[in-house]
Design a protein around this ligand. Structure first.
Ligand code: SF4
Length: 462
């Protein structure tokens, strides 16, 4: 039976520590405007329970669930929960769930009971992970050095079995057959403390570029020896050194900064209010003089894309170069404090390792696309993090501290940095990773001929 100890299971330490913090959460997932689909079994159960309840409860619950008629014969009808105007579950009440409070945990639809978790079979192994769009998950992933260490699932914390897409062991395409070994190799590379964080990413990129001809969904059969050879080569410190040396020289073009910011400000869904996201992104954008006027102005995603694409053909503004220079100045100033740089690198390292575990590379067409998309997401994270005026102020405070105060001020700065990083990471996961923005950004990079290994290097240097 599932979770009775007879199953081979795998998770990361952050998952065995995670628990929803409910009313203490800075941005409850229930209020984010996501469509909340109710599975048929829970819909039927809830309707039956509502019928036998007191009139006000019955009325309330009957009015809460919307039936979406089937579009064609093949599709079933769907059941969704009504939203507040501007987005948010209409059963959410001051940090608590009315459904949970009225009828108990068992009646929660799967999506409510299981978010942010993801349970999947990878071959014979059952794996548990969670999306970083939940701030508490992100905290558990990035704030503890051992957050992404692998270990068996603590089933006493998993109250439902809701399986999502996993890896079918019958798929014999090389990309699928080598998945576990390749993922293990990349995670090992990303953990390699003898290398700087950027160097580890160069090697990941190099490996993806060199193996993508084999590690692609389009390839039904292939000789796997080139993949094994690349892994062996990259375990050799001399080879690693040679490769990372080649990448160190490449300079990121200024135009990339504008592309990244355009993806960040791209509207998501009409009518959904995103106060935390707006506060974060407007705060950063307005801190760069004249950046706002260089961005597409439309609220309509299609019009935004048209304006952004048209601007690709415009001559480069002097201000793009100024923004790029200012961004680098802020980033380098923050990273000049070794303790801060180490903390930020640990956050990125843990998040990347978690991503390789949580999102299977086979979700993309090939390994290089997967790698470039993770690097693209990280460039947006870096921009929103390093640009923050609050971090610059914290650095100024540290610079002004007397030697005897330094330790205490540094502890405060590190705390500020960690909080800012959690804020940026979970919001990017929620508003960018969950949506189509990363895909859009990848498309833009393709048009600029940067969706390539060289483009990957620029993203790492970003
Ligand atoms: S975002 Fe995470 S911590 Fe916050 S309410 Fe949702 S599951 Fe709980």
């Amino acid at each position: 039976m599932f979770g009775d100890g007879g199953e081979v299971s795998l998770t990361m330490k952050y998952m065995n520590r995670f628990g929803c913090i409910g009313a203490a959460c800075e941005e409850n997932c229930c209020m984010d405007g996501w469509r909340i689909d109710v599975d048929r079994a829970h819909y039927d159960k809830l309707m039956a329970m509502a019928q036998f309840s007191a009139k006000p409860i019955a009325r309330k619950f009957n009015a809460t669930f919307i039936i979406v008629p089937k579009k064609n014969k093949k599709e079933p009808e769907r059941y969704i929960i009504k939203q507040f105007e501007g987005g948010g579950c209409s059963l959410f009440d001051d940090g608590w769930c009315e459904l949970h409070a009225t009828f108990g945990y068992e009646t929660l639809p799967h999506v409510c009971a299981f978010y942010p978790r993801k349970l999947k079979y990878v071959g014979e192994t059952v794996e548990l992970s969670a999306t970083g769009s939940c701030p508490e998950v992100t905290r558990q992933i990035i704030l503890h050095e051992d957050g992404v260490d692998l270990e068996p699932i603590d089933f006493s914390r998993v109250h439902r079995k809701v399986l999502q897409d996993g890896l079918d062991p019958r798929d014999t395409r090389p990309f699928f057959r080598t998945f576990i070994e390749v993922r293990g190799f990349v995670m090992e590379l990303l953990r390699e403390e003898s290398l700087a964080w950027d160097e580890r990413q160069f090697l990941m990129l190099w490996f993806s570029k060199r193996t993508t001809e084999v590690l692609s969904k389009a390839v039904p059969k292939a000789d796997l020896s080139p993949v094994a050879r690349e892994m062996e080569l990259l375990r050799n410190p001399k080879v690693r050194h040679e490769i990372t040396k080649r990448y160190a020289e490449l300079q990121t073009p200024a135009a990339l900064v504008l592309m990244v910011v355009r993806a960040i400000v791209r509207p998501k869904t009409k009518g959904i209010v995103r106060p935390k996201w707006n506060e974060l992104t407007n705060g950063v954008i307005n801190s760069y003089t004249r950046l706002a006027e260089m961005l597409p102005q439309s609220e309509d995603p299609a019009e935004h894309d048209r304006q952004a694409e048209a601007s690709l053909r415009e001559p480069q503004h002097m201000t793009t170069i100024e923004v790029w220079a200012e961004y680098r100045r802020r980033r380098d100033r923050i990273r000049a404090i070794p303790e801060v740089a180490r903390t930020i690198d640990r956050c990125f390292k843990n998040y990347s390792i978690h991503t390789w575990f949580h999102r299977m590379p086979t979700e993309e067409n090939d390994i290089i696309t997967y790698t470039l998309r993770t690097l693209t997401q990280q460039s947006a994270m870096k921009f929103l993090l390093y640009s923050q005026v609050g971090l610059q102020d914290a650095v100024s405070e540290l610079e002004a501290a007397a030697p005897e105060e330094r330790e205490a001020v540094l502890a405060k700065v590190l705390d500020t940095v960690e909080k800012a990083t959690v804020n940026v990471f979970y919001q990017i996961a929620r508003h960018v990773e969950h949506g189509l923005l990363i895909k859009w950004l990848a498309e833009m990079l393709r048009k600029m001929e940067m969706f390539s290994a060289a483009g990957g290097v620029y993203l790492i240097h970003f």
